[in-house]
Design a protein around this ligand. Structure first.
Ligand code: 1GP
Length: 232
């Protein structure tokens, strides 16, 4: 099994770093503590692109041996210097630009690179507050109590041949994806499940994993406290 996909299936924690926060957040400290936090992958991505991504990815790779995986907000966030890319299709939305449009823009470049590509169904769930992804994608999240819609969306993603599902409450969400929704989605798919958005404590990481997430993603909470998940 390819390296990044193997870590999505069996890794448990990915730390998200946003290149756009360089300067306002101690990114180096987050990276330095990533392995001690139990992370097996570093995701790189955000909503905006205000600086060259290649240089950022190269810098991160010099600092860590963890695989660096792009978690792009748009086709502009591609770098062949990364180890992998979540090739995200926003399947909870009905905006063709994020279902297939951005993908067409960058497809040839991705194919020419040696990067590991993980076709991923991205499902946005209401996290109790409007999030950047909701605004930037101009899509409506699935209501957090509509488990059956999340389940059917995830099944459709698997039937379309996607290799992972990402249940996302949105970065900085007030509430993470409900545990019941994680359980129900997991019961109904056989591809790995990534869960993120609004996870603020080590307990919430554990609960999401127990509910069935293969991989939990934490970003904001580590920006506030890079030592939040370090084990003594
Ligand atoms: C966002 O799932 C990730 O896409 C992480 O969210 O920043 O809220 O941890 P947070």
């Amino acid at each position: 099994m390819a390296l990044v996909y193997d870590k999505i299936c069996h890794g448990s924690l990915a730390i998200l770093i946003d290149p756009d926060k360089e300067g306002s957040v101690d990114i180096d400290k987050i990276i330095e503590n990533a392995e001690k936090s139990g992370a097996s992958l570093l995701f790189v991505g955000g909503s905006l692109v205000n600086s060259p991504l290649h240089e950022f990815v190269e810098r991160v790779k010099r600092m860590t041996s963890l695989p660096v995986v792009l978690f792009p907000g748009s086709a502009m966030q591609f770098s062949p210097k990364a180890d992998g890319i979540l090739f995200l299709s926003l399947i909870s939305g009905r905006n063709p630009e994020f279902l297939i449009g951005q993908h067409v823009n960058v497809a040839a470049m991705v194919k020419q690179s040696n990067i590991e590509v993980i076709p991923t169904g991205y499902i946005l769930v209401d996290g109790g507050t409007p999030t950047s992804v909701q605004y930037m994608s101009q899509t409506m999240p699935i209501p957090s109590n509509k488990h059956e819609i999340a389940v059917s969306t995830a099944i459709a993603g698997e039937l379309l041949g996607l290799k992972a599902i990402y249940l996302e409450a949105g970065s900085g969400a007030l509430n993470p994806v409900p545990l019941k929704m994680i359980e129900k989605v997991k019961e109904n798919i056989s591809i790995p499940l990534i869960v993120g958005g609004g996870i603020k404590t080590p307990q919430q990481v554990t609960y999401a994993l127990s509910a069935g997430a293969n991989l939990v993603v934490v970003g904001n909470a580590l920006e506030k406290n890079p030592l939040l998940l370090t084990r003594s």
